[in-house]
Write a protein that binds this ligand. Sequence first.
Ligand SMILES: *[C@@H]1O[C@H](CO)[C@@H](O)[C@H](O)[C@H]1NC(C)=O
Ligand SMILES: *[C@@H]1O[C@H](CO)[C@@H](O)[C@H](O)[C@H]1NC(C)=O
Length: 396
Amino acid sequence: MAISGRRIVTFGLIMTAVYILINVCGVSKRVKDPSDPRCIAKGSATFEELDSMQHFSLDYPSGYIYSKENTKWLEILEKSLYQPGKESLNVFNETYPLNMNMRELVNTYKNGGYVSPLKVNEYPFRFLWNPTKVCENGQKVFLLFIIKSAIRHFDRRQAIRQTWANQELYNRFGIRRLFLTGIMRGQTRFHESLRDEIIYYGDTLQIDFVDMYYNNTWKTRGGIKWAVNECKQAEYVMLVDDDFYVASDLLVQLLHTAGRSRDFYMGWMNGNPFPVRNMRDKWFVSKRDFPYPVYPDFINAGAIVMSMDFVVDLHIASQYTNHFKFDDVFVGIVASKLKVTPVSCNIFTMVKILFTADRFWKTLVSHEYKPKELLQAWKCHVLISKHGLDSSIDTS
Ligand SMILES: *[C@@H]1O[C@H](CO)[C@@H](O)[C@H](O)[C@H]1NC(C)=O
Ligand SMILES: *[C@@H]1O[C@H](CO)[C@@H](O)[C@H](O)[C@H]1NC(C)=O
């Protein structure tokens, strides 16, 4: 790589300084407000303690509340998953476009056999920056996070690097992270800083489509393609947006507990799977794009956990399935063609959980965090892990 070590170090120092200015100062201001109810695990932690936590390390004490001995927590984990029956697949009994057994096609494809139909939807975009270090040398990877991000969201990526996808978790839980961005027309300033960031952290994939909401399916498919090509050893992949909180250690525990490594497609299931026909709506879909009255069950975009075998099958089957502009519905359509039913998890929430300890301790995934809030949420998580909850808090 034709970049000098000094330039990288300087860049790192500048980024760190900017980051401290933006985030840490903001956080300490907020923390000084004694009426702030956030994350006081009663009797065990104070805001001074919160404030003085410089590192977000997960140094588990022996009395860790999420331990295997805590039957209450294990019960919550075990009860958190719900899977509708296979009958739900019949709702989507359509071709889109090939009337064929997709399972059979995928198996033939994987065995190098002859597949007669033509690919209708090959992935058309190039990878501009391909960070091969993330999963290099076949290192063991349990859970790969593919984090969909916008170029200008440096502060969000930085907060994620410091919290739920931090380096310490890499070794402890076999976690890896990959940020996923597209390009922006006429925004060279962002491009230049992204370039430096990519070189410095080596954790970002950039693909050459214009990064717009309606290009999300290309983003998701690009991430899936990357995972199959560069990180096939990962046991699970999670597609997640850059404004999410993820209790990654607990998610790893759930995946170990659930022990479902085949055809696993999990998250928060959308309970309203009807195409919107109002043309002024953001989610409008024409009858030409999708003629059927109902979508197959699908996991809401933003946080989708999948086993690697499903990711591989998705990657192949996507190429034989019509494009669809909403990435989560697209994944749902392909899953239903593969006869994979989604699993809904009730401790994934699509709204922001304000981090009072009693609600927050059993939240696995939550949404709409600003970078400062994410830092706060992670501190809260670590504090609960360390100190447990006060018995006066009802955790039922
Ligand atoms: C789905 O298709 C199969 C075979 O074409 C048919 O037997 C079945 O009745 C259909 N189910 C529904 C719900 O339409
Ligand atoms: C998606 O990306 C392509 C390729 O960069 C671009 O031509 C197209 O305008 C984008 N679509 C939307 C809806 O932004």
